[in-house]
Design a protein around this ligand. Structure first.
Ligand code: A2P
Length: 271
């Protein structure tokens, strides 16, 4: 049989799959989160990112795909994402309008360096995040292995305004009742929030709080030390650059999947 109707259909094994939006939540005019169905064969390590997109709009040749950190834990049967909204962003201008039941494209493979395996063993794990940079940590915070590997897990989240902290605050609150990690957490997890553009008990960029020592005072621990502390950094390009440079002044050395070290960085830039 060689007629066109029965010719084998060529399937691209790397083509994204179309997933269904389960729910969407808007926090501010700059931030929203959404969850989609997870294909049974889709595997990832907590902290990794994947390509997310929308089918090509009228007049576009290709779908627009961008890297998104997966915010849900690797055991969950749905996938969560936390996103900024950019009015003229090629993807988020359209993505911010999705509703339950809509289709979103999901890349086949997840990758990333904000994974536990890219760090050498230590006592304390710091997760420094700004804005949507909290997303990979939302995944790692719900992974039992994070608490198995470290005595203390410190999540810092710095945003411009109070409403931007709600996603993370709600998440850490819900962890206390989490069937998987709830009991493991005990007093292991510290969640430090700070704001830069509104009054708040703790004010200032994470870089300022580290430099001034205020962060360590809040926690009641000594300053960063490569002998005990491991660090993950996720935020804007500038935040990552500045925080990485600062962490290096304490003697911490950058790691990767193939060569684990004292700290790892990632960017969460989605337009
Ligand atoms: P600031 O308000 O002083 O710019 P954004 O939404 O622009 O990504 O910012 C999120 C948070 O990250 C804000 O609190 C912002 O502070 C902070 N931030 C921006 N740039 C840096 C940087 N280079 N180093 C540390 N924090 C930063």
């Amino acid at each position: 049989m060689t007629d066109a109707a029965s010719a084998p259909v060529k399937v691209n094994p790397n083509a994204p799959s179309a997933e269904t939006v389960i729910d969407v939540e808007h926090y501010t005019d700059r931030l929203f989160s959404f969850s989609i169905t997870r294909p049974p064969a889709f595997r990832f390590r907590s902290g990794e990112f994947v390509m997310i997109g929308l089918p090509a709009a009228e007049g576009q040749k290709k779908p627009v795909m961008r890297a998104y950190s997966i915010a849900s834990p690797s055991w969950d049967d749905k996938l969560d994402f936390f996103s900024i909204k950019v009015a003229d962003g090629p993807l988020t201008s359209r993505l911010q309008k999705i509703k339950p039941g809509d289709q979103v494209l999901l890349g086949k493979k997840s990758v990333g360096t904000l994974v536990l395996d890219a760090l050498t063993p230590g006592k304390r794990l710091y997760m420094f995040s700004t804005g949507t940079g909290i997303a990979p940590f939302a995944s790692l915070m719900r992974d039992p292995e994070t608490y198995e590997r470290y005595d203390k897990v410190i999540l810092t989240h710095t945003c411009r305004q109070r409403a931007e902290l709600s996603y993370g605050l709600r998440l850490t609150e819900s962890l206390r009742d989490d069937p998987l990690v709830g009991e493991m957490i005990g007093d292991k997890l510290a969640h430090i929030t700070s704001l830069t553009r509104e009054e708040y008990p703790l004010k200032g960029r994470i870089t300022t709080l580290i430099e001034s020592g205020r962060l360590f005072e809040e926690l009641g621990v000594p300053a960063l030390d490569p002998a005990t502390d491991r660090v993950m950094i996720c935020g804007s390009m500038d935040m990552i650059k500045d925080t990485k440079a600062l962490v290096e002044t304490f003697g911490l050395v950058e790691g990767s999947n193939s060569n684990p070290g004292d700290f790892v960085v990632e960017k969460s830039f989605v337009g």
